[in-house]
Design a protein around this ligand. Structure first.
Ligand code: ATP
Ligand code: MG
Length: 254
C-alpha cells in the first residue's frame, strides 16, 4: 500500500502538485488520469523517489520515504519497478540483455541465476523465443511486454507505469492492460498507472485518481466514474466523440 499525504512539488517556484492526499492499495491496479500537463508524470516520479517533494510525505507499507536514511531509501527504491512511456528499451541490447539489466545493476546473482529470473519474467509476459532478438526486430506490443518483464524481474513490491499502452492499437492496448492487472494480482504488487486512455479506465480502473492542474479533483472506481456529476471528470470521460455519442444516445433513451 502507498499512502500519500499533502504532497507538494514545485519547479522554479511554480507549484505543479498542490497538496495531494490519497491511498493506493496492494494487489490492485490504481490509475492516475487527467489531461496533459495535469501533473501525472511528476506525481509518479515523486513516488519513484526521483523528485523530492517540498512538502508532504509518501509512505510505502507504513515507511515514510523522507524519514529513511540514504541506504534505506536506496533499498526501498530497489523494491520499485518502472515501465517508462514508450518502453525505453536499450536499442543495442537484446531482449534478454534488456531484461537482465536491473539484475546486473542491483544484485550480485550469478549469470545462470539471472538467466533463470529473466526467463521466468519473459514467460510471465508470454514472450517465448524472443531472447536473442533486438527491440527493432519485434512489434510495439512485444516491446511493451519486454519493458514489463524488465520492470518485474527484480520482483518489485511497487510497480509504476507511465502510459504503458500509448502508441498501441486498442486491442493490443487492452491485452497489455490485462497483463499488468494479472501480474499485479499474482504477485500482490501495489501498481500505479498513468493513463489518459478511457479504455484502460473501463478495463482495469479499480481505483482512479483524477488530477486537474495539480490538484486531486476526484477519486473513485470505474463504475463510479460514469455516475459522477463532477464537470471536469465528465468532460474528460466524454471528450472522445465515441463516448459523446454513447452519452447522447443514453440521454435519448436509445
Ligand atoms: N523537470 C521539470 N522541470 C520543470 N517543470 C516540469 C518538470 N517536469 C514537469 N514539469 C511541468 O509540470 C507540469 C506537469 O507535467 P507532467 O509531465 O506531470 O504532466 P502529465 O500529466 O504527465 O502530462 P502528459 O499527459 O502530457 O504526460 C507541466 O507543466 C510540466 O511543464
Ligand atoms: Mg506524463
Amino acid at each position: 500500500m502507498i499512502e500519500v499525504f499533502d504532497l507538494h512539488k514545485a519547479f522554479n517556484g511554480e507549484e505543479i502538485l498542490k497538496g495531494i492526499t490519497t491511498t493506493f492499495s496492494r494487489g490492485k491496479t490504481n490509475l492516475i488520469i487527467g489531461t496533459s500537463g495535469s501533473g501525472k508524470t511528476v506525481f509518479l516520479k515523486c513516488m519513484l523517489g526521483l523528485f523530492k517533494p517540498e512538502k508532504g510525505k509518501i509512505c510505502y507499507d507504513g515507511e515514510a520515504y523522507s524519514e529513511l536514511d540514504e541506504e534505506d531509501q536506496r533499498a526501498l527504491r530497489e523494491k520499485m519497478g518502472m515501465v517508462f512511456q514508450g518502453s525505453a528499451l536499450f536499442d543495442s541490447m537484446t531482449v534478454e540483455e534488456n531484461v537482465m539489466f536491473p539484475l546486473k545493476m542491483f544484485t550480485r546473482q550469478k549469470k545462470d541465476e539471472m538467466l533463470h529470473r529473466v526467463n521466468e519474467a519473459l514467460d510471465r509476459v508470454n514472450l517465448d523465443n524472443a531472447n536473442k532478438k533486438l527491440p527493432s526486430e519485434i512489434s510495439g506490443g512485444m516491446q511493451k511486454r519486454v519493458a514489463i518483464a524488465r520492470a518485474i524481474v527484480t520482483r518489485p513490491k511497487y510497480l509504476f507505469c507511465d502510459e504503458p499502452n500509448s502508441g498501441l492499437d486498442p486491442k493490443t492496448a487492452t491485452v497489455i492492460d490485462n497483463l499488468i492487472q494479472e501480474i499485479t494480482i499474482d504477485y500482490d504488487i501495489t501498481t500505479v498507472i498513468n493513463t489518459h486512455d478511457m479504455n484502460s479506465v473501463m478495463e482495469i480502473g479499480e481505483k482512479i485518481v483524477f488530477l486537474k492542474n495539480g490538484n486531486l479533483e476526484w477519486e473513485g472506481d470505474k463504475t463510479q466514474i460514469f455516475k459522477t456529476d463532477n464537470e471536469a471528470v465528465t468532460d474528460f470521460v466524454y471528450s472522445s466523440n465515441l463516448f459523446q455519442k454513447v452519452r447522447e444516445a443514453q440521454l435519448k433513451g436509445l
